[in-house]
Design a protein around this ligand. Structure first.
Ligand code: MG
Length: 271
């Protein structure tokens, strides 16, 4: 059979979508409000689950969220946890003021201890930017070590893993002590890097684990964990295990003694 020329494929695709638009009336406006003419159908087959039909006229449209102007900037429905101005969303682990240093629109680990958000989160999308010290010092786990702790207990490792060998499940973006990232996407020390994390909290019923936590992580835009099951609370030299905890917890940043910097941190709850 002769392959369909590209031009004809495009025309056909246009004809199909034009016919759909005519048959269905006008599209929803930008704010999601339906325009005068009804859109969608009431006589099409039901999708699996039996709730909505194909092109269902009554199916609610998703809310409009304005994306950040640049990649990584907080979208309109995000809770901004750090914008470079102050540490008001954070506290020390004992509830005292967060003691990290504000410098050049970033906050820097300074030996005063790990910090955590005042607010608590369960299922969430989290954006974090960090930079290891520009002048690398130390090796393996002693080089640009910090960490992002989901619910205060599940660590996504922060480490200068640019030409710095350490154990695989302890390098940058590792689920510490559990799973290395699929690739090493680390930038050189001193450069800003990003984690985009989609986290699903574990579910408990009393003492019993109903479902483990799951996490998807992009390091500098590169997928490094894809819906990976977390084995339990982060542990050092021992197996991670779950212990029951409330459905929400703080987001923590680790003070591991290295002056790692953070900026542009925001979160979207996925309730
Ligand atoms: Mg760490």
């Amino acid at each position: 059979m002769e392959a369909m020329p590209m031009q004809r494929t495009r025309i056909l695709a246009f004809a199909v979508s034009a016919a759909a638009a005519l048959g269905a009336g006008l599209a929803p406006s930008q704010d999601g409000a339906l325009q005068d003419e009804p859109v969608g159908y009431t006589d099409t087959p039901f999708l699996p689950g039996g709730k909505w039909r194909v092109h269902d006229a009554a199916r609610p449209v998703p809310p409009v969220v304005t994306p950040g102007a640049t990649s990584g900037a907080p979208p309109s429905d995000a809770v901004v946890l750090f914008d470079g101005k102050n540490l008001s969303a954070w506290q020390a682990q004992d509830g005292e003021e967060a003691g990290w240093k504000l410098v050049d629109g970033a906050m820097e680990v300074n030996g005063t201890g790990s910090i955590q958000t005042r607010d608590e989160f369960g299922d969430c999308q989290l954006h974090v930017e960090w930079a290891a010290p520009a002048q690398p010092a130390g090796q393996s786990q002693d080089r640009g070590n910090s960490g992002v702790f989901l619910m205060g207990r599940y660590e996504i490792q922060v480490l200068d893993s640019f030409q710095n060998r350490t154990y695989a499940d302890g390098q940058a973006a590792a689920l510490y002590g559990q799973k290395p990232p699929d690739v090493n996407a680390c930038r050189p020390p001193g450069q800003w890097q990003s984690y985009d994390i989609v986290f699903r909290a574990p579910r408990f019923e009393g003492e019993k684990l109903l479902s483990p936590a799951r996490v998807t992580v992009l390091h500098n835009g590169v997928l490094v964990h894809d819906g990976v099951e977390i084995l339990g609370s982060t542990a050092h030299r021992s197996l991670a295990r779950y212990s029951p905890h409330p459905p929400k917890g703080p987001i923590g940043l680790q003070d591991h003694g290295n002056p790692v910097r953070y900026r542009n941190i925001w979160v979207r709850s996925l309730e």
